[in-house]
Ligand binder design. Structure first.
Ligand SMILES: C[S@@+](CC[C@H](N)C(=O)[O-])C[C@H]1O[C@@H](n2cnc3c(N)ncnc32)[C@H](O)[C@@H]1O
Length: 377
């Protein structure tokens, strides 16, 4: 059994735990920011390929106690790094800390990097090169007050990079957060789904991939392919496993007021190969009608941090509330925002509010069940 840690956007740990259990992990437990689990390499490959929620899957190679940088050096130097990866691979070390007594994380990073390189030099007379932008191998150190752990990254590029996005659009959601929102909404692939402020269509691409049972990692490479422990035949087997869900023909709808956003949406939907299931139109959310008598609406309006001023939004929310009431009776509506004034200003009573983090930004996913005539807050 190997120890792994899968990280995820905060707020999605329980969904990640469910996913990881379903993918065959032996023991799994959620903590803030992710899920620790044990399993085989097969499980690790499968989680990398199939998790829609994880940001990275890390292989834990050491746990230690420390007081200062020289303890970090010793802990890192004790590991047989040349057995983990080839000296010709490029390397990057990342340090994350919570309540660590160390003054400089940069210095801590340097000491760990030195320890890794010194192990190589002692064994082979050569050391790996450091590469910050796109390293072959990533080492992560996680430091608490007195304890630390070292990890090798089995994902490489973070898993929310699925390999289909060519268009950023403005303020796009990360793919794993978008997938998590769709899961939290309880949307079933047979139901209509509308994102009326779709931007670059991240939410709909994720929903389509779920409905079609497509592996989120099918179009990308992984860090584990560059480790010495890599087993190509096992990876081929995992990659060849059948889809984990039936292939439903989803009914998805995208609209946005901004023609530029729609261009980005169309490009992304095409790159992801899901455009045939998504009807795209230009429309103002305040004016458009529902594409079906009932369904799920998910929207991620601008929220004053990156787009839209607080004053503009204070005018927009009441209008949005009225539009939902008038045009979306029978729909379950979900709005993700970092603007905690929303429930008051929208004048609808949320039936659920789920805290979620969009990077460092604390957000809420509000659910409004639009039953005609019963929603005045
Ligand atoms: C934060 S972005 C959505 C990003 C999207 N979730 C993604 O991941 O790419 C907000 C979007 O709302 C759109 N928008 C703003 N006001 C709108 C309105 N009244 N009607 C429709 N769309 C609007 C903007 O054009 C922008 O694309």
């Amino acid at each position: 059994m190997i120890a792994f840690f899968a990280s995820a956007p905060r707020g999605l740990e329980d969904l990640l735990l469910e996913e990881i259990r379903a993918l065959g992990a032996a023991e799994a437990a959620a903590v803030a920011g992710g899920v620790g689990f044990s399993g085989s390499w097969e499980t690790c490959y499968r989680v990398n390929l199939w998790s829609r929620i994880a940001s990275r899957v890390l292989w834990r190679v050491a746990q230690f106690e420390y007081r200062d940088e020289s303890d970090l050096y010793a802990a890192a130097h004790a590991l047989p790094w040349p057995e983990f990866f080839d000296v010709g691979r490029t390397l990057r070390v990342n340090v994350t800390a919570q309540k660590s007594p160390l003054r400089s994380l940069e210095f801590a990073t340097l000491r760990i990097k030195d320890a890794v390189c010194d192990r190589f030099r002692d064994a082979l007379g050569r050391r790996p090169d450091v590469e910050r932008a796109s390293p072959d191998v990533r080492v992560h150190a996680f430091l608490e007050a007195q304890r630390g752990a070292l990890y090798l990254d089995t994902s490489g590029e973070p898993l929310f990079k699925r390999g289909w996005r060519s268009q950023q659009g403005e303020a796009p959601l990360r793919e794993n957060l978008a997938a998590g929102i769709v899961m939290l909404s309880g949307w079933q692939p047979g139901e209509p789904l509308l994102d009326p402020m779709c931007g670059a269509a991240t939410i709909l691409v994720e929903a389509a991939a779920m409905a079609r049972g497509r592996a989120p990692g099918a179009k990308r490479a992984f860090g584990f392919e560059r480790l010495k422990a890599f087993q190509p035949a096992l990876w081929e087997k995992v990659r060849g496993e059948p889809a984990r869900a039936g292939a439903v023909e989803p009914r998805l709808h995208a609209s946005d007021a901004d023609p530029e956003a729609l261009k980005a949406a169309r490009r992304n939907l095409a790159e992801a190969g899901v455009e045939r299931w998504v009807a795209v139109e230009q429309a103002d959310v305040l004016q458009r009608t529902a594409p079906a008598p009932a369904g799920v609406l998910i929207a991620n309006p601008p929220y004053g941090e990156r787009m839209g001023t607080p004053e503009e939004l204070a005018q927009f929310y009441p209008a949005l509330g009225s539009a939902l009431k008038k045009n979306f009776a029978g729909w379950r509506c979900f709005i993700l925002t970092a603007d905690l004034r929303l429930p008051k200003l929208i004048r609808l009573q949320p039936s659920r509010r789920t805290p979620l983090w969009n990077g460092a930004l604390e957000c809420r996913l509000y659910e409004f069940r639009m039953v005609a005539g019963s929603n005045r807050g």
